[in-house]
Design a protein around this ligand. Structure first.
Ligand code: ADP
Length: 657
């Protein structure tokens, strides 16, 4: 038997392991099983090149809990270690600058473990004593027993072990008895080892028989040793991909929309499968995440910085031994390999989408509404992706027809180019609310898009900015009179004097203000006169495209909060081409006004202001009810007449009848 001190430059590494690695202590199991798998793979390699001529036999790695002895054992039948090797690989964990490194990364457990090859020592996070029983594959090797109680001292001696390979026996600390529970260990194995390349057995399979759970004489194998991403795409059917998706996310009921099989050898190694999921609501978005593997060992599902942000919404796996996992996130971001990986994934995703679009457009259109958000997000945040996606990003019109931007532009060019050469794309976010406006646009022979997606407003702004001639405009149908939105010749003029119009405007303004006060509304309304079409409504609301869009964008984006805080504002347009409005103006001829002024002056002894006169004129002619009614109709047509105002409108309408 020999005794010795573990060669660390730091006086004692164990308190560090215990203390600083506390939060991640469950990864000890992953580390030990990875070592067991490595040892097994090495033996297979030796056998394949003829350096090992013995029987490989059963190579299953076994995880065994002994509740009485309070031990957890990881057993492999891999290459094993000789006493010399245990001394070299386990005892000499002396690394220059170990202490310095530990101090620097004390809050990054994974960093220490990976960087140091402290993998094995992570066992001391949960064990008060660790034993190794090992028999090397080499001829005439003698089995060795090593043990250590979490102090820098270890013991090494000969032992008896008939079977080749290594047992790592953890005497679980009283604080960590959860690691003696079957359920905990099975959970961890399923998390970290689900796709390891060597079979991992944990106990026996259980089954239900006559209402009771019985143990079968069959290993409970945790993992799928040939997960789909490690196989050739040519060998896989769509069903295989769907099946694997459910293996990854057992709780996910929906089928993925489509998949992308990644496979690169140069300039880095990366394999994986990404899925476009069907997202039903916002809650779903981050429930299932892309999982990152390193040679089939689960590492994390925090793939930010490795995958471009918009693709973190996808599901699936990425496996790469070339992603430096043991470094800080900010380092990851600047790592060249990682940048290349991210660029590659973007290209691959875009290529796949382009291919699907080309090969089966009908099917692509069917899925468009579900994938739209990913694609828009990508286009908005990644210039390169935009350039690729512009060829297959779709717009949908109110008839449910899909177009690429170029197709759509060609389609509407003749009808919807205004007199200044701007191509005006009309859209609505809510066809029901904008019904009258949509109808007016259609009556003119214009087409209207449905743009009710989360990111549509941003996407439209991007299209406008990217238009080379700067002559592309997206305008919501209710942002102005349709004649003003797509101006064909100079604005139609009416024949009224400014004074007449101002009189009418003021009268409406007055009534509107009192109504707003009643409603305690936060909305600003501005009354204007326009010579719109004679068959348009006499009074209607419009909302400035720019201001509205800024407000909408502010709700997603920091830095625009100035716009977000502004109250909503609408124009109440009095249509001077409409007979009803013309009639109202005619009720207020110059003579009437001056007659009224005279009457008032006589009665009150002083000249009244014009405004009071105008009001009086409408009152006298019994038209103020009509003004009320017209305002309410305009509000109603835009879905803004509510509560008491709506009730008043209804009873006023009944009275009028
Ligand atoms: P790493 O695995 O990062 O090299 P570890 O501390 O986990 O660091 O292991 C150190 C070394 O001990 C391994 O490289 C391997 O040579 C040896 N080793 C550990 N576990 C086993 C095992 N189960 N079978 C054979 N060798 C092992």
């Amino acid at each position: 038997m020999s005794k010795g001190n573990i060669g660390v430059t730091s006086n004692n590494i164990f308190p560090v392991i215990k203390k600083f690695l506390y939060s991640d202590h469950e990864i000890f199991l992953r580390e030990l099983i990875s070592n067991a798998v490595d040892a097994t793979q090495k033996l297979k390699t030796l056998a394949s090149v003829g350096d090992f001529k013995g029987e490989l036999g059963d190579l299953t790695v076994r995880v065994i809990i002994d509740k009485d002895k309070k031990t957890l054992t990881v057993r492999d039948r891999g290459i094993g270690m000789t006493a010399d090797e245990v001394d070299k690989f386990i005892n000499q964990i002396a690394f220059s600058g170990a202490e310095e490194f530990v101090n620097k990364y004390k809050d990054k457990a994974e960093a220490i473990i990976g960087h140091f090859g402290l993998g094995f020592y992570s066992a001391f996070m949960v064990a008060k004593k660790v034993e190794i029983f090992s028999l090397s594959y080499q001829n005439d090797a003698k089995p060795v027993h090593w043990s250590c109680e979490g102090t820098p001292e270890y013991q090494m001696e000969d032992t008896i072990k008939a079977d080749r390979g290594t047992d790592i026996v953890l005497h679980i600390d009283d604080e960590f008895t959860q690691y003696l529970e079957d359920a905990t260990i099975e959970g961890l194995l399923r998390k970290y080892c689900k796709f390891l390349p060597v079979e991992i057995a944990f106990g026996k399979r259980k089954d239900w028989k006559d209402g009771k759970q019985v143990e079968l004489d069959e290993d409970n194998i945790i993992n799928d040793i040939n997960p789909a991403w490690t196989r050739k795409p040519a060998d896989l059917t769509d069903e295989d991909y769907d099946k694997f998706y459910h293996e990854l996310y057992p709780l996910q009921m929906d089928q993925p929309l489509f998949h992308i099989h990644l496979n690169v050898d140069y300039p880095f190694h990366l394999t994986g499968i990404l899925y476009f999921p069907k997202i039903k609501n916002n809650l779903d978005v981050h429930r299932n995440k892309i999982q990152l593997y390193c040679n089939q060992v689960y590492v994390t599902d925090e793939v930010e910085n490795i995958v471009p942000e918009y693709l973190t919404l996808l599901h699936g796996v990425i496996d790469s031994p070339d992603i430096p996992l043991n470094v800080s996130r900010s380092y990851l971001q600047s790592d060249n390999n990682v940048k290349k990986i991210s660029g590659y994934i973007t290209k691959k995703v875009a290529d796949k989408l382009a291919e699907l679009f080309k090969a089966d457009r009908e099917n692509f259109e069917k899925k468009w509404d579900d994938v739209k958000m990913f694609i828009q997000f990508g286009m908005l945040t990644d210039e390169k992706f935009y350039e690729r996606a512009i060829g297959f990003a779709l717009l949908k019109n109110l008839d449910g027809k899909y177009f690429t931007l170029d197709e759509y532009k060609a389609q509407i060019k003749d009808a919807q180019t205004d007199k200044d050469g701007n191509l005006v794309i009309l859209y609505t976010q809510d066809p029901d609310a904008n019904y009258t406006y949509v109808e007016r646009a259609k009556a003119k022979g214009y087409d209207v898009l449905l743009q009710n997606g989360e990111l549509d407003v941003h996407a439209m702004s991007q299209f406008e900015q990217k238009a080379e001639d700067n002559k592309l405009r997206f305008v919501r149908v209710d942002s102005d009179t349709i004649e003003n939105i797509i101006r064909k010749e100079d604005a139609a003029k009416d024949t009224y004097t400014d004074e007449q119009k101002e009189g009418l405007r003021k009268a409406f303004d007055e009534i509107l203000k009192s109504q707003i006060k009643d409603q305690k509304s936060q909305i600003n309304y501005y009354v204007t006169c326009e010579a719109a079409a004679s068959d348009a409504l006499p009074v209607f609301l419009t909302q400035n495209e720019f201001m509205r869009r800024m407000k909408e964008m502010a709700s997603h984006q920091q830095g625009l909060s100035f716009y977000g805080q502004m109250p909503d504002s609408y124009n109440l347009v009095l249509n001077t081409s409409h007979p009803l409005i013309q009639d109202l103006i005619s009720k207020m001829t110059e003579e009437q006004v001056s007659e009224e002024v005279e009457k008032k002056a006589e009665k009150e002894g002083e000249e009244p202001t014009k405004e009071t006169v105008i009001k009086t004129v409408y009152k006298l002619t019994g038209e103020d009810e009509k003004l009320h009614q017209l305002i309410d109709i305009a509000l109603l047509a835009s879905g803004q007449l509510k509560g008491e105002a709506l009730a008043k409108f209804v009873s006023r309408s009944v009275n009028l009848l």
